[in-house]
Design a protein around this ligand. Sequence first.
Ligand SMILES: *Cc1c(COP(=O)(O)O)cnc(C)c1O
Length: 392
Amino acid sequence: MKTNIINMADKVIAKTYNRFPIVITRGKGCTVWDSEGHAYTDFVAGIAVCNLGHAHPGVSKALSDQANILFHVSNLYYTVPQVELASWLVDNSFADRVFFCNSGAEANEAAIKLARKYFNDKGNPQRNRIIAAEKSFHGRTMATLSATGQAGIRHGFNPLLGGFDFVPFNDIDALKNKIKPSTCAVLIEPVQGEGGVRCPDAEYLKDVRRLCDKTGALLIFDEIQTGMGRTGKLFAYEHFGIEPDIMTLAKALANGLPIGAMLAKEHIAAAFGPGSHASTFGGTPVITAASLEVVRTLVRERVIDHCLQIGAYFKERLLWLKHRHDSITDVRGIGLLLGIKLKTDGGPVVKKCMEKGFLINCIQGNILRFIPPLIIKKDEIDPLIICLDEIL
Ligand SMILES: *Cc1c(COP(=O)(O)O)cnc(C)c1O
């Protein structure tokens, strides 16, 4: 079966991913199994998506219950799960309104459109430029690609969408110099994910907030990777004692079902009226019903507190590894968004870990990223540490 599937994939699937040669057929909690029956402890979690682990019974039940009632009717009508999920998000964040879509890139598209529309409606359409950070990642659509500060990702797609400026992440002076009366928004990940698990200094985001307040630019946080408990708070901004004006979510919001959300304060959200923006599938009942169960489970099972504690333990173990191996030059991250920087290419380490039954991820060539389900336990982390110790 394995060879068949892989051969067939090579013929019919677009070549946009370099895949590892395993076929994953099943998952439970923090473990997945391949077609040959090998088990892997999953430190990738579908790229920071399956926060409650695989095949979570409560989420599966919510999904199948809703699937037997109503799949989809469009946003021409009200549906119950969508309203309940939006209410939960509003009650648990800075925001007053939610726009639902189907992915992270779409959530950022919505945020970019809203920021421009907001100033347009204020009679200032010239105020339309957005500042993003170098090494950021905001998605693969034309607009979000244009907002992404990585040359490799942008290469080959000119002309990109205009109106984006870039500054180094975590450098407030660079932002001060770049921000102009034409800047409508600053778009930033509170912790850069794909860019290398890069945390800002304690004061940086506060200073960004202050600068936005002073100049009137909107602050957009892309919490697509950091949101929904990943950093040990529901949203990463809570670590920094500030709030954005707009926030985007996706990845873990429905534990693996496609959903995106753009959240905003009332006076900003007001710039989106009927016809301004839309999505056929956005907030569709099956997915929002599952997502509602995801967020309720996060609270009921105190998953985020667990993430904070187990993340601190994990990081301590990674620091122990660093102490033992000169090949590790840095340990970074917060909650269960963790990384170690290697002197050399991380590819071979990922491969060896897989052979030993661990899925881990390498970004930017030499940074190993660990983004397991938030329910991971010590006795699942310890074997990985031993494995890495042996490999390194
Ligand atoms: C994954 C990610 C995106 C893009 O999300 P998609 O669902 O793949 O479109 C955008 N921003 C950040 C920070 C991400 O981690």
